[in-house]
Ligand binder design. Structure first.
Ligand code: FE2
Ligand code: FE2
Length: 415
């Protein structure tokens, strides 16, 4: 009998052997093994280009298919990632997914299927599922990119910046205004920034805020956090210095997205969040280009040659895109969760709250791409939908001209 543990051994061979054995015993078994009146699943291990191991399972998986379950277990011990191709699977038992789930703690499993029920079963078991071998293989490359990026990020002194410490402080449950004042009072640049903003027309105070404490109370923790995030972004911009064009794009997107939100009657808090989302939406792109400059050159090349948007070219080169990288960084840097959601969704609009926070960023971003002559998603009907939901009439007759005129105005100084 062929050993099941042999690296490239296939169970097709194993089952042929079983069939042969049975044939030799009784002489009337068919070539495919049957049990309880039905055929069993076929499965085989393959090595794909790039050295990825693929386990192909087809036919019918039953609860008592111990050979298959044993193979899954052995494969997970042998390889750090296994692609499980279910595209030819016809019938299965929930046990298949509990077995895959059990080994997924040991090895990174990615399943392949387009069958909706199978996709749902994979999702229930917490398994990543992809429509094609190519997309699943790319996703391994993406995992690797993210892993490498996080390692490189550890060597960057970014988390030591004062702005980052202040974000962490105002995000904590113990944050108090006197505590914050103690952290800020010796930083004249930051004190004047806070006073200037608290006394700006934006907050329309009756009387002038004269002390740091008054100014901080006027702004509130939520706005102070936005301010520290902005300062942090500036320091990130300084770090990713080669990305000046992306930084300018972020600033323009922030202003335009906030303008859209304000025009639709968004609250001051919503506008501040949208502005910050617009500012940071491409932070993942900055990080990819900074940490992997040669690879990012290839992204730029793919964008030019194939006329595809940045995130699609990134997927081809890195196996991941800047939205995922941006959300990951937000998580790493303890940014508020809404920022991760806006950044992660700014090209797709899949999250449930897209209409309130992500949509103005989506529209502003695509308008800017259109203006820059880059590939963009149509955004006008989405903008109409946003205003409809906000129960406001669209205030622009000639959107293109009016948005351009707005962007040509000087900014309010914060961005
Ligand atoms: Fe983007
Ligand atoms: Fe963008």
């Amino acid at each position: 009998m062929p050993a099941l543990s042999a690296a490239r051994a296939t169970t097709v061979e194993h089952r042929r052997w079983l069939a042969k054995e049975r044939d030799s015993m009784v002489g009337c078994f068919p070539a495919t093994r049957f049990q309880h009146g039905g055929p069993m699943a076929e499965f085989r291990i393959e090595t794909l280009d790039g050295g990825i191991t693929q386990l192909v399972i087809s036919g019918t998986v039953k609860d008592n298919d111990f050979e298959l379950f044993q193979m899954i277990s052995q494969a997970s011990k042998k390889w750090s990632h296994v692609l499980v191709n279910l595209s030819q699977l016809q019938h299965w038992t929930p046990r298949l997914f509990s077995e895959l789930q059990a080994v997924s703690a040991r090895t990174r499993i990615k399943a392949i299927s387009t069958d909706q029920k199978l996709v749902a079963a994979c999702n229930d078991a917490g398994l990543a599922v992809f429509p094609t071998i190519k997309s699943a293989s790319l996703s391994y490359a993406g995992d690797e990119t993210l892993h490498l990026l996080l390692r490189k990020l550890r060597d960057v002194p970014i988390l030591n910046t004062e702005a980052y410490r202040l974000i962490a402080y105002v995000s904590s449950n113990d944050a108090t205004f006197p505590g914050l004042e103690a952290l800020i009072k010796n930083n004249p640049g930051l004190v004047s920034q806070i006073l200037r903003w608290a006394n700006s027309a934006y907050f329309a105070r009756q009387s002038k805020a004269e002390t740091l404490q008054q100014a901080m109370v006027t702004l509130g923790f939520s706005n102070l956090r936005q301010l520290f995030l902005f300062n942090f972004y500036t320091s990130v911009g300084g770090l990713f210095q080669s990305q000046a064009a992306v930084i300018d794009h972020g600033r323009a997107c922030a202003r335009l997205a906030e303008y859209i939100c304000k025009s639709a009657g968004g609250t001051a808090e919503e506008c501040a969040k949208v502005r910050m989302g617009g500012l940071l939406h491409d932070v993942g792109r900055m990080a990819l280009a900074f940490f992997f400059p040669e690879h990012y050159e290839r992204v730029a090349q793919q964008m030019r040659e194939k006329n595809i948007p940045s995130f699609m070219a990134e997927l081809l080169v890195f196996g991941t895109e800047h939205q995922t990288v941006g959300s990951l960084l937000c998580n790493r840097w303890n940014f508020p969760t809404y920022l991760g959601a806006v950044i992660g969704d700014h090209h797709y609009l899949q999250a449930e709250n897209w209409n309130t926070l992500t949509l103005p960023v989506f529209v502003a971003n695509n308008f800017l791409h259109e203006m820059e002559g880059a590939p963009f998603h149509p955004y006008f009907s989405k903008l109409e939908g946003y205003f409809f939901l906000k129960r406001k009439d669209l205030p622009w007759k000639h959107l293109d001209q009016e948005f351009r005129a707005f962007l040509a105005q000087p900014s309010d100084g914060l961005i």
